[in-house]
Design a protein around this ligand. Structure first.
Ligand code: NAD
Length: 479
């Protein structure tokens, strides 16, 4: 039975609005329309910012634990509806239903974590150099937070930006990715059902640069948090810092896994397969390069190819699929183009490849003999493709790992503590994993990268996530 397309609408000032005329086609078949959403423009962004600005004072005046209770209720609404939310996510993004359920759970967990931050919200009391004086440091909301988000984690990323912003007393305007409108719609529904006052949480749908640009360039938006491609991120950085606003960027990655001679190869190959091909390789933390000593390469390849060949791509809703499609035909073409370019640069396709069967399914692809300066070793592909490079010594491996513009996550597989420590101290990434896959991060620790992976300012997630959405005031209390 074919189900009707789901309708996403703008949520502005507590009202649902817009003409849902933009179709989203099922990434698994390219034809069925799974969702429709409105094409938001500058005027919609303007209304949403006005609504957020009008609501901010009252929202900030609520006690922080009360704001936390609203966030907690939003989490409860999502939890009550998790199966249908996950199904909508799979239909629009393509990921496996199990992966979508995992993301919905992550959303619930993130909201609950920051709801609790409402109870723990605090400042500092410091000694003064003057007698009969105390120094208080308190935190205050920036005002309106503008959130611009990608399609690959269409609910968890908006949630992990919105929740710290809201608990700290800001109101929010979210511009989600056009490919995944329903996931943002479900988040808005949850905040509406939780009783967030009109204007506290707003969503404007829309494709292309203009709605996001309007949000980033508006002086009423005190803080802009962006997750997406590095190219778009740095443009937003220019726009926001040019108007002296506060900006946070989480962007691309080209994450390396380093294999050392003492590594448990079975376990390492399993971890690489999981982080290179899980979520169809469409994770900023995916392993896209493996750096391995020459005399271990054949064994690693055998194991990795075994895992890759055991994966059966198919619709995310089909329980027999073990990898979903690439998010769109355009993205599938980009991934195939990157495989072709790798071959032209001298790489060998050990399994998978760029065969175009007219679908959005790309087989898990392992590239061997990849030149360290070629595009396959340098550029983010954002698909189920992993490039193998050779390095015998630890120094050489660290140099190769760092030899990219990105610096998000790196991992090493070794049983030697000295190698693990040296790697974790020296490698230029925001997250380091020892004997663990590059993907999968706890929500209670800061997350972000260096170089072209993140702006060099504030981190997301963990208790310090609220720093981005607040400024400090120092008060001298004398008597
Ligand atoms: P994208 O940069 O194309 O789009 C991201 C968002 O920006 C979308 O909402 C889009 O509409 C908006 N946008 C586009 N142009 C804009 C402009 N000029 N001004 C303002 N907004 C604009 O990214 P994508 O294709 O949706 O997502 C994939 C990318 O996201 C990958 O590069 C991936 O690595 C990255 N990503 C990073 C992280 C992280 O935490 N570092 C997490 C997930 C995804």
């Amino acid at each position: 039975m074919t189900s009707l397309p789901k309708q996403a609408l703008h949520y502005i000032g507590g009202e649902w609005s817009g003409d849902p005329s933009v179709p989203r086609h099922d990434p698994a078949n390219g034809t069925t329309v799974v969702a429709v959403s409105p094409a938001g423009d500058e005027a919609d962004i303007d209304s949403a910012i006005a609504a957020a600005e009008a609501a901010q004072g009252e929202w900030a005046a609520l006690p922080a634990p009360t704001r936390g209770e609203v966030i907690q209720l939003a989490a409860d609404h999502i939890a009550a509806d998790r199966d249908s939310i996950a199904e909508d996510m799979t239909r629009e993004e393509g990921k496996l239903l199990t992966e979508a359920l995992g993301e919905v759970q992550r959303t619930i967990d993130v909201l609950r974590f920051f709801a609790g931050e409402g109870q723990r919200s605090r400042g500092d009391l410091l000694a003064s150099s003057s007698p009969d004086t105390e120094l208080r440091v308190t935190r205050h909301p920036v005002g309106v937070a503008g959130l611009i988000t990608p399609w690959n984690f269409p609910m968890a990323i908006p949630a992990w930006k919105a929740a710290p912003a809201l608990v700290a007393g800001n109101t929010v305007v979210l511009k989600p990715a056009a490919l995944t409108p329903m996931s943002a719609n479900h988040l808005a529904r949850a905040f509406a059902a939780a009783g967030a006052a009109p204007g506290v949480f707003n969503v404007v749908h829309g494709d292309g640069p203009s709605p996001g640009h309007a949000l980033a360039t508006d002086a009423r938006v005190g803080a802009v948090s962006f997750t997406g491609s590095t190219e778009v991120g740095w443009k937003i950085h220019e726009n926001v810092s040019g108007r002296r606003g506060r900006v946070q960027l989480e962007m691309g990655g080209k994450n390396a896994t380093v294999i050392r001679p003492t590594a448990d190869l079975n376990y390492a190959a399993q971890a690489i397969a999981q982080s290179s091909f899980g979520l169809t390789g469409q994770a900023c933390t995916a392993t896209s390069r493996v750096i391995c000593p020459a005399d271990m390469m054949d064994d690693l390849l055998d194991l990795l190819v075994g895992h890759a060949r055991a994966i059966s791509p198919g619709s995310g809703l089909d329980p027999s699929s073990s990898m979903g499609p690439v998010v769109s035909a355009t993205q599938a073409q980009k991934v195939r183009g990157a495989i072709d370019a790798a071959v032209a640069d001298g790489a060998e396709v050990v399994c998978g490849g760029s065969t175009d069967d007219g679908t959005t399914f790309v087989s898990p692809t392992v590239l061997n003999g990849v030149n360290a300066s070629s595009a396959a070793a340098q550029k983010e592909i954002f698909g189920p493709v992993v490039a193998l490079l050779r390095a015998d010594g630890l120094d050489e491996a660290i140099d190769l790992a760092d030899n990219v513009r990105y610096g998000l996550v790196a991992s090493i597989f070794t049983k030697r503590i000295d190698e693990a420590m040296e790697f974790s101290h020296r490698v230029q990434t925001g997250v380091v994993k020892v004997n663990r896959p590059t993907t999968g991060l706890d929500l209670n620790v800061p997350f972000g990268g260096v170089k072209d992976s993140s702006s060099a300012t504030f981190r997301e997630q963990g208790t310090t996530a609220t720093d981005f959405y607040t400024w400090t005031k120092t008060t001298y209390l004398g008597w």
